[in-house]
Design a protein around this ligand. Structure first.
Ligand SMILES: Cc1cc2nc3c(=O)[nH]c(=O)nc-3n(C[C@H](O)[C@H](O)[C@H](O)COP(=O)(O)OP(=O)(O)OC[C@H]3O[C@@H](n4cnc5c(N)ncnc54)[C@H](O)[C@@H]3O)c2cc1C
Length: 400
């Protein structure tokens, strides 16, 4: 059911909790491929009916919006006053702000602006028993005691349902520019080192192998690099000179400049992180230090290739995130090969998580990877917040 009011949400949750019904919480469903499907869901609650902007104090650089508002709609509304919130998630026209924060998706501009969670200054949630709980407020400096917002962020709706979120906002950058260049694998380590030491820091930098038309640039050679800059005209001119010189030193002769459509190019790269070949692909994500990003990407890719799976690889040079999509042309062959491949990937990198892909394969694997050392504390929190296991039971790591 789509809830259209906070009262309807409260009443539904209170009833389900009392009657022992299990509730699936849905936003834009863009990250439905992350984590396992719920072993049991009696009621599904979609928050997309809670989609209003509640306040925008443009002079104070703050805003408040209901959790079912789409990320793109939030930023369109803020753009009327020259502002935005840097929430970098795939499929932002569909993704809701509540779902994005509940998933804690850490975006590629986080080294530049901070993570979406750093922009949350307040929130209201509905707990499993229907109680409303608020944290923070509408001013930037307002936390005393525990900052409860941060507990819900990244908990995948297993502790509470966001009803609204308050953010601090930023002025929109004057210009955006993407630079794309072919980047053969042999040239990549030098190019990465050059990018990391550039005087003008890119807002995002990706190396991409494959993904075809999902990501701009020709994929004829073995890969490409995409640098994305935001700032003033002068800064971008300086950044372009810097980037061309840095890539030139690494042996990359030519870069293409994209000004019109730069942010669309950035969005397409983000969307590729969860782009799915129906029934015959799985995408893994692995966090780590930027210094080891290429090595980890190659390790995962080579392991998939050893099992004769096709791969598309995308990694974030500035933050160290790796995305590797393993696929086959045929769904039956895919399911045969991925089972053994998955076991090997987990041996190599126990923390690599599945973020998108074939639901049958996901159902037979543990999608989150190794449980973290704090798992018992997480379980204790779940038991305290949601003693009847009403909210998204089994969705999060360790079966929480
Ligand atoms: C039951 C429960 C208890 C929690 N208790 C606390 C707490 O006491 N203190 C606190 O600060 N936070 C707590 N959290 C929130 C959780 O730890 C956060 O998701 C985590 O801190 C990552 O948040 P982040 O926003 O920094 O995410 P990021 O570092 O930006 O990354 C979040 C992403 O990583 C994934 N992820 C999150 N945690 C893990 C994990 N352990 N292993 C693998 N992948 C993971 C998520 O799916 C998400 O996509 C709890 C969550 C749950 C469900």
């Amino acid at each position: 059911m789509i809830v259209k009011s906070i009262d309807a949400l409260r009443e539904t949750l209170e009833r389900c909790d009392r009657e022992g019904l299990k509730v699936l919480i849905e936003g834009g469903k863009t990250l439905a491929g992350m984590g396992p499907a719920l072993p049991r869901a009696d009621v599904s609650i979609a928050t997309t009916g809670l989609n209003k902007m509640l306040a925008h104090e443009s002079a104070d650089l703050t805003c408040s919006a209901q959790s079912g508002m789409r990320v793109a709609h939030l930023n369109e509304a803020l753009a009327k006053h020259g502002q935005f919130v840097p929430i970098d998630v795939p499929l932002r026209k569909k993704a809701t702000i509540g779902g994005s924060l509940a998933a804690g998706w850490p975006g590629p501009r986080r080294h530049f602006y901070g993570r979406a969670r750093d922009f949350v200054i307040g929130s209201q949630v509905c707990l499993a028993d229907g109680t409303l709980a608020s944290a923070g407020g509408m001013v930037v400096k307002n936390v005393s005691g525990y900052n409860m917002d941060k507990l819900y962020i990244g908990s995948f709706g297993t502790l509470a349902v966001f009803t609204h979120l308050n953010f601090k906002t930023l002025p929109i950058p004057k210009k955006r520019r993407a630079l794309i260049a072919p980047l053969p694998e042999a040239t990549r380590p030098r190019a990465i080192a050059q990018i990391a030491s550039m005087a003008v820091v890119p807002a995002a930098a990706f190396c991409v192998e494959g993904f075809g038309k999902n990501v701009d640039g020709s994929d004829d050679i073995d890969g490409r690099v995409l640098l994305y800059f935001e700032g003033t005209e002068e800064l971008l001119e300086r950044a372009t000179l810097d980037a061309r010189s840095a890539l030139g030193k690494a042996g990359v002769p030519e870069t293409t400049i994209i000004d019109t459509g730069a942010s669309e190019s950035f969005d397409r790269t983000l969307d590729a992180c969860i782009a799915n070949k129906r029934g015959r692909s799985i995408t893994y994500r692995l966090f780590g230090l930027p210094g080891t990003v290429e090595e980890r990407a190659v390790r995962l890719r080579d392991a998939c290739n050893r099992h004769e799976l096709f791969t598309d690889v995308l990694f974030d040079v500035m933050n160290g995130d790796v995305f590797v999509r393993a696929s086959e042309r045929d769904a039956t062959r895919f399911s045969e090969k991925i089972a053994t491949c998955h076991a090997e990937l987990r041996e190599l990198e126990p923390r690599c998580a599945i973020v998108a892909g074939d639901s049958a394969a996901r159902a037979s694997f543990e999608p989150w990877g190794a449980v973290p050392p704090g798992i018992e504390k997480m379980r204790a929190l779940k038991a305290r917040f949601d003693p009847h296991g009403t909210l998204n039971p089994g969705r999060f790591i360790g079966g929480i």
